[in-house]
Write a protein that binds this ligand. Structure first.
Ligand code: BES
Ligand code: MN
Ligand code: MN
Length: 467
């Protein structure tokens, strides 16, 4: 790996400039106004892939945003790593909360990133992390040190639920055949405590509409006798948790995996600092399910959160109105072995059942996804462990994450391969928020870790073949 690592040293500055070019393209998948930019980002990646020697590079259209594919097959007998990532980003708003424009990347120092961090929408999630794989490939290929086959599948719809990727995988099963899927779209615990993500939560997402009277009413003339749908919605939402912060939907916990004492101990072995956590978030106290640590609350326990709530008058000044309708978007994070469709059904039935006769409710499901776990007694995992040990100089700990990448569970089902979640971001990097950033330390260590992954994976697989 010597030549690869010196190549990275030598070309690191250019890699960064290239990433800046990609970050300047506002590939917001959720907003149709950016469709042309999403397309442009896909083409930019394809062009970069072609330049560095990847074969069969294509921008493949889907009914939504395109998928970028590229590969290098060095030998039919060598193991194949399929790299997955996404080039789409979350909307940047609220824009006025950014200290610098979201699509004009700049490097700034922070307390957590004293060496500097790249500030831009997508810097961490996931352009910056995805791009590490393209550049790591470039370094290995250009120096003749690529030890295995590599395929790239970079999508443009992750942030909107990967709607068309499932079918794409089914239809291209052969083309995508691989031994392992490698993904950098998660976090490490801290720059001092490297971790490998061994679990992702699933997701069930619904929108609710509560309708009271058939029109907006004068809140003086009618108020007091007619149900206000916003009051009712607030009451219904409040009833979804009890005083111990358990979710009250009947059957919600029925299938929740009971984690062994041993794994709970392992999870809690990272040096979590509750005071620092509160300080970083600017809160005086935390609030979560009784009987679980913060790590457990976000990693192995399911949750229910309102993501948005609206209705009535929210313009300038005041308007006295008893609105006809109220709305909310509600997400539930799921853990093994809860199933997204089942939980959505349980939610809908319960929500309808608790509605008072004074209102009508409508529950509309949005995209969902299943949880995923990665076993740690495999070659795939061990290669990641060794790679991080090389780059960080210490052995990484396994840690489940609270986030979701719904396509991971589907990969396992459709492609029959496990995913290794070798992320390099930090939870504090403000992904999905204003001032998203990605540390230069994280960028550089990611670039080094990935070639070591390929190296150790090829070695471990090769040994098992000849043994
Ligand atoms: N990369 C994130 C998921 C993530 C972030 C996992 C940090 C672990 C640590 C991904 O892009 C994402 O934002 N996923 C969405 C789900 C999707 C269906 C919109 C999520 O978790 O909200
Ligand atoms: Mn992501
Ligand atoms: Mn995301």
């Amino acid at each position: 790996m010597d030549k690869t690592l010196s190549y990275i040293e030598e070309h690191g500055e250019r890699f960064l400039q290239e990433l800046f070019d990609l970050l300047r393209i506002p590939s917001v998948s959720a907003d149709p106004a950016y469709a042309a930019d999403v397309q442009r980002a896909a083409e930019w990646i394809a062009e970069n892939m072609r330049q560095i020697g990847l074969d069969a590079v294509e921008v493949l259209p889907t009914p939504g945003h395109p998928i970028v594919y590229g590969e290098k097959i060095i030998s039919p007998n060598a193991p194949t790593v399929l790299v997955y990532g996404h080039y789409d980003v979350q909307p940047a708003d609220p824009l006025d909360l950014w200290d610098s424009p979201p699509f004009e990347p700049v490097i700034k120092k922070t307390d957590i990133h004293p060496d500097g961090a790249i500030f831009a929408r997508g810097a961490c999630d996931d352009k910056g992390q995805m791009f590490l794989h393209i550049k790591a490939f470039e370094a290995m290929w250009q120096t003749g040190e690529l030890p295995c086959n590599v395929k790239f599948m970079i999508e443009g719809e992750e942030e909107v639920g990967s709607e068309h990727l499932g079918l794409f995988c089914k239809e291209n099963n052969e083309k995508l055949s691989c031994d392992v899927i490698l993904i950098s779209d998660t976090s490490i615990f801290s720059n001092e405590v490297p971790t490998i993500t061994t679990g992702l939560r699933g997701l069930s997402y619904v929108e609710v509409e509560v309708t009271g009277p058939n029109r907006d009413l004068h809140s003086g003339v009618y108020g007091g006798a007619v149900a206000n749908p916003i009051n009712v919605l607030a009451r219904m939402i409040a009833s979804l948790h009890d005083e111990k912060h358990h979710i009250t939907i009947p059957g919600f916990y029925d299938k929740v995996e009971i984690i062994s004492e041993e794994e709970r101990q392992l999870l809690n072995s990272v040096p979590f600092d509750k005071e620092a956590y509160k300080k970083d978030l600017g809160v005086a106290a935390l609030e979560g399910e009784e009987g679980y640590t913060v790590i457990e609350q976000t990693a192995i326990r399911p949750t229910l959160d309102v993501n948005g709530i609206w209705g009535g008058y929210i313009g300038e000044g005041s308007k006295t109105v008893l609105p006809s309708k109220a709305f909310a978007k509600i997400s539930m994070r799921l853990v093994p072995h809860q199933q997204s469709d089942e939980i959505t059904d349980l939610f809908a039935k319960h929500f309808e059942s608790i509605a008072p006769p004074s209102v009508k409710v409508k529950v509309t499901p949005h995209h969902g996804g299943e949880p995923a776990v990665t076993p740690i007694d495999t070659k795939e995992y061990r290669a990641a462990e060794r790679a991080m040990e090389k780059s960080f100089g210490k052995k990484p700990l396994p840690l489940r994450s609270g986030g979701s990448i719904p396509i991971v569970a589907l990969f396992e089902k459709v492609l029959g391969a496990k995913s290794i979640l070798l992320g390099f971001g930090l939870d504090s990097d403000a992904i999905h928020s204003p001032n998203e950033h990605f540390g230069l330390f994280n960028f550089r260590i990611g670039l080094k870790t990935i070639p070591w992954y390929h190296h150790f994976y090829a070695e471990l697989k090769q040994n098992s073949k000849t043994a």
